[in-house]
Design a protein around this ligand. Structure first.
Ligand SMILES: [Ca+2]
Length: 330
């Protein structure tokens, strides 16, 4: 059989296949399964406590055998390239935390113990009855939703039952630079990034001349949306070289007593994570407002554009806020 004939046969075969598919418009019985090789780090890039880093281990997370019971709280929306702080409290002291991914990930091929193979183990330097675990997420998450399963271990090694935090993934932009902000209340917190040359990206100027943009804004003007994440990115090849300044502004507490936040900066794969908290009422800040949480340098890229005046007044921005519709899930 000639090579040309085989090619024709293959073409005819694929034509028949596509015709059959287009005739059958009924939905598939299950969602397309993620790759069989989906790994824990493809969903959660890291897990750590304030005083201890988590270690990724292969195999199945340890089974429960009568250890402390936990209550787990945290945001139920996460973004690719973002962070999530999870509060864990238990009815008895613990000095280890275990986490794996599973649950609603229906359609997963090769689920292991009800989830993706592998788990995080965080060994704490001292026993306690509560802790916060910080997760970071990769810029590409192949799932729309997943469950995080947490358990703790007592100093004598007894593992408690697993408790679930269900999350939905909101897909946001990534690129040469991605700066994300997440927080833990219904307050209106705002992410600002000042690009080299002085152009500031924030809710009042979402699109920069350099291609940088704010593509996710949350709780604008205290319009509670449950998102609690913001995201600013420069697409691949567009980020100007020079110094960037990241600020976080407490626009309004919207009734919250204290708001804790986490910022992740991904500068071409160079990742830094910062955390802090706000109290007080908030400043209704516009351009130039907020707390500087970090600066970073980009040594390659396009030349910086000329600085643009930071003219927006507080009153104008406060008014604008009322008309800023919260970003919606994709
Ligand atoms: Ca906001």
């Amino acid at each position: 059989m000639s090579l040309r004939f085989m090619t024709v046969l293959a073409a005819a075969g694929s034509l028949a296949l596509s015709a059959a598919c287009s005739r059958d418009s009924s939905p598939l019985p299950v969602a397309p399964a993620p790759s069989e090789s989906l790994r824990l780090e493809d969903v959660a890039a890291s897990a750590s406590a304030a005083d201890s880093s988590g270690v990724r281990r292969s195999g199945s997370a340890p089974a429960s055998n009568g250890g402390p019971r936990v209550t787990v709280t945290g945001n139920q929306r996460v973004i690719n390239g973002g962070t999530l702080a999870v509060s864990i409290s238990a009815d008895a002291p613990f000095d280890s935390v275990y986490m794996f991914v599973g649950g609603r990930t229906l359609g997963l091929v090769g689920e292991f113990g009800g989830g993706i193979q592998g788990y995080y183990e965080i060994r704490l330097p001292s026993p306690r009855t509560s802790t916060s675990v910080l997760l970071t997420f990769p810029q590409d998450i192949a799932l729309e939703q997943f469950d995080l399963q947490f358990a703790v271990g007592s100093p004598s090694g007894a593992i408690g039952p697993y408790s679930t935090l269900s999350t939905q993934v909101m897909q946001v932009g990534t690129g040469d630079i991605q700066v994300t902000l997440s927080w833990d209340t219904d307050a209106d917190v705002d992410l600002h990034v000042v690009a080299p040359g002085g152009e500031e990206i924030y809710y009042g100027r979402r699109q920069a001349s350099t291609g940088g943009q704010l593509d996710l804004d949350s709780n604008a003007g205290c319009n509670r949306d449950g998102v609690r994440n913001e995201n600013i990115t420069w697409p691949v090849g567009r980020a100007p070289r020079g110094r960037y300044t990241v600020r976080v502004d407490y626009w309004s507490n919207c009734g919250a007593t204290q708001t804790n936040y986490t910022v992740l900066v991904n500068n071409g794969g160079d990742v830094q994570v910062l955390a802090g908290s706000f109290t007080g009422s908030g400043d209704r800040g516009g351009a130039g407002s907020g707390r500087t949480v970090t600066t970073f340098e980009r040594t390659s890229g396009t030349a910086a554009v000329a600085g643009q005046a930071l003219t927006a007044g507080a009153a104008l921005d406060a008014t604008k806020k009322l008309f800023v519709a919260p970003a919606t899930a994709k």
